[in-house]
Write a protein that binds this ligand. Structure first.
Ligand SMILES: C[S@@+](CC[C@H](N)C(=O)[O-])C[C@H]1O[C@@H](n2cnc3c(N)ncnc32)[C@H](O)[C@@H]1O
Length: 232
């Protein structure tokens, strides 16, 4: 596992300014609390860095897609491929469908990692999900997730983590609150950081795992983890 200051160069997806307004317009079909949640989620995480980590086309599966923010931002950034969003919480899938029309190029389904056809996706996303998977189950969860990738496929994970200790304590408290209030459903809450994800992805057979600190300028610490399935 290596630590990188920046993701590898060559990104061609990017978000411009004015995304908050674009999000508000797109999310108009949702209720006020749902729109407020999306707005807060957009402002509180490094989405520009997340979107830039993906390739501009190919077949992408988003594990734990939630209400569809990544799908929306990828489209805004010019993503030309196909997108499958999976979430174990059917309420989140329903919410995603209410503001993001489905098409052959963009589908949302209730389900978890096993719902993705093995070897069918050139990119996989896991954005702020693993803290909801109990630590003893994470290795198996990621091993099943990486099976979705084609040889050479790219895995992109975002997790809270990095930064000073006070940021980690804040992350943990907020995540417990979200699960406690029922805003987020999961098997429990236990923080995980980029190094843990990188180690588990390499144990699952991916190579070149790199951890990038993308939390600067945000209240919470964030780390991006990038890794690839080997070509052979
Ligand atoms: C904090 S939300 C993040 C949602 C979205 N990725 C985003 O960043 O906006 C975590 C999501 O993971 C989903 N989730 C939790 N455990 C899961 C699992 N085992 N399989 C699929 N989704 C899961 C939850 O239902 C929730 O929608």
């Amino acid at each position: 596992m290596k630590r990188q200051a920046e993701p590898a160069a060559g990104a061609s997806l990017t978000l411009g300014s004015g995304e908050s307004a674009g999000l508000r317009r797109a999310a108009a079909p949702l209720t006020l609390p749902e729109r407020a949640h999306l707005d807060l989620r957009f402002r509180s995480a490094p989405w520009k860095r997340v979107v830039e980590a993906f390739e501009p086309d190919g077949r992408l599966v988003d594990f734990g897609c939630g209400p569809g923010l990544l799908a929306h931002l990828l489209q805004r950034a010019g993503f030309q491929g196909t997108y499958l969003g999976l979430d174990s919480d059917a309420r989140k899938v329903d919410r995603a469908r209410r503001w993001l029309p489905e098409s052959p190029a963009r589908i949302f389904r209730a389900g978890t990692v096993d719902a993705a056809t093995p070897g069918a996706f050139s990119q996989a996303a896991l954005i702020d999900v693993l803290y909801l998977v109990p630590p003893p189950e994470r290795a198996d969860f990621l091993a099943r997730a990486v099976r979705a990738l084609t040889p050479g496929g790219l895995f992109v994970a975002l997790t809270s983590g990095g930064g000073p200790g006070w940021k980690r304590r804040l992350d943990s408290a907020q995540e417990r609150l979200a699960v406690g209030l029922g805003v987020t459903r999961g098997g429990g809450v236990a923080t995980c950081d980029g190094a843990e994800i990188a180690r588990l992805l390499e144990a699952a057979g991916l190579t070149g795992a790199a951890v990038v600190d993308v939390g600067r300028g945000f209240l919470h610490g964030f780390e991006l983890v990038l890794a690839r399935r080997p070509l052979t």
